[in-house]
Design a protein around this ligand. Sequence first.
Ligand code: 3H9
Length: 688
Amino acid sequence: MSVTTRREDNVGYVEINNPPVNAIGLSVRQGLLDAVTWAEKEMLDRVIVSGAGRIFAAGADAKEFDQAPMKPHLSDVLNAIDESFVPWIAAINGVALGGGAEIAIACRMRIMAPGAQIGLPEVTLGVIPGAGGTQRLPRQVGLRKALDMITGGKPLAALAAFEAGLVHDVDENPVEAAFMVNTEELGCIVPTWELPAPEADAAAFAAARERAETKMAGQIAPLRAIDVIEEGLARPFHEALPIERAAFLELREGEQAKALRHIFFAERAAKAPDSLTELPRELEQIAVVGGGTMGAGIAYALLNAGLSVTLLETDADGVARAESNIDKIINASTERGLIDANRAQDHRKRLILTDDYSMASQATLAVEAAFESMEVKREVFTKLAAALPDDAILATNTSYLDVNEIAASVTNPSRVVGLHFFAPAHIMKLLEIVNADATGDAALATGFALAKRLRKIPVLAGVCDGFIGNRILARYREAADTVFMDGSTPWEVDEAMVEFGYAMGPYEAQDLSGLDIAHANRRRQDATRDPNRRYVRIADRLVELGKLGKKTGAGWYRYPGGGGKVEDPIVADLAIEESHFEGRTRTDYSSDEIRQRLLLAMINEAADILDEGIAASAHDIDLVSVFGYGFPRWRGGLMHHADTIGAEAIVAQLNELAKEDPIAWKISPLLQRCAELGTPIAEARPSS
Ligand code: 3H9
């Protein structure tokens, strides 16, 4: 039974019981509707509705969104609750999201547990509230607050919900508190649908639209929600609901909602493979090697997850630098209210900074984030192997170096694994877990356990230059540089990708991360680069000129006085010069052509990565692109997007580009197979 009912005296208790998150599927909707009839038939004084377990209700069952809607619809169920002569009280024992919040909002009264949250995150799934939320919420909290909650999708904590007038009380035991509510008081509360709509406020709608256009650029649902709220509130309540429902159903079927559902479920499916036969090491004491930006970020993430950290540096100066780097993060987090002073103090207590490796003798895991040099890494691993227990897992955070070669520096390479964090390591959600030739199951399981502990999204990757993400990034940058050399400017390229949905284009992003790392990497690749492949020197020229990005005041753009970016004509001229040396005729690419080239370059490389077994599935590549590289979430990730173009069309476009440069645009065999067989890329698997 997904909804249970019981009567005690004149009070009806209704519990939503649909583990794991009390999603509101068909059986829950039917159960709630039956409960309305039951309560009326029994002539109860009140009904108290709560959720079994730690959650009130997580909203509509998003797994049903790919099927035709089935009656009873949630909107009808909630109308029945709102209009019933038996008043319903929502005892919000845990998170109430989406349709879950709409159930609560349709009740006569709401009492919330202090740790619970309530919100309408539908826009994050590409839809809008579809069960009355767009019309009931403004009647309860006012127009501006409702616009904010519905378009932003962020839930409110109990106190904030109380202050907003959304809940009547906050109580440790909301069911008990609902029982104690005075019957007369309850009887005086006007049902939500009868409340007057808030006054029309053109300025509030205009501000909400502007916010949605800038903060959620490219996304349809937030703007549609605003339209529905505006149109609906101008009509009687029951005339507004069909407008809301029609918009909800239309969005639900749309590409953006499908993409967002895909990434929502892919994110939740990112777990340790079932095939692992060994358990993870217990995580308590962790060693981190290197206290630079990356190491400090990793150390902070570990501290924040309640772990103890021994941060190892080369000497006293290194220790002092590491301390200052971690202090900066702790202070910034305190200032932003992410942690309080007690927590900051607790973090510092669990941190040891030293150049003495023997201080890490209890660590079960070490994460090396030292300088990107094979020599340095091998030396660090030798020291770690000597200082830590024999079965400790030794992880490298290398971005590009060969994990097999690093692993060879210890006698038992099965305990070596790559744990590739993304900067800033305490914020970015992606963690690539690199499976080297000898990596054992215990090391992999430990990587996945760490990701879970840090609330990061783990993706398994094989060994190659750049693993999954940086290998695709290298191809993205190469395609961008080629477009730039052959006709565009960096700002045109950036604008084209921002229009696609990236927060920033490849050149601005490089300026932020610094051009020197990629430069060093290109020098490392010089020895093995295919001499017949076109090599664009433009980034090297910038580095030679000392233009290393924002940190030096100039890179692809100029940053006068350390401020915002300004287009740099010298950079545009450099491309014309280089192009002239190469004897090329420049082309005026349109934004569509720029996007096509950059996206196809990434898709083709990603298909090779999948074909070679470096990534286990297209879903994993989607997660990497969204959570590590800013690919627009509402496009579902790189490979999901590729499937919206279709393998056949992609291969046809690549064939055209291959006429210009058959090496750079060599078509991935995996794409060829998908095109020939007519199968989606999402279902493609490695060839071996
Ligand atoms: C909506 O409500 C529309 C209405 O306005 C209109 C109706 C007409 N559906 O996240 P977790 C699964 S739109 C189906 O790891 P946590 C999830 O896939 C909805 N399944 O747990 C996972 O499955 P598995 C608006 C769902 O404790 C398992 O539950 N609501 C749904 O870390 C555990 O999930 C939202 O957007 C769902 N709605 O976090 C809220 N939700 O075990 C979406 C979860 O097979 N949900 N699952 O991998 C959440 O934000 C989090 O799940 C929540 C719990 C905070 C509730």
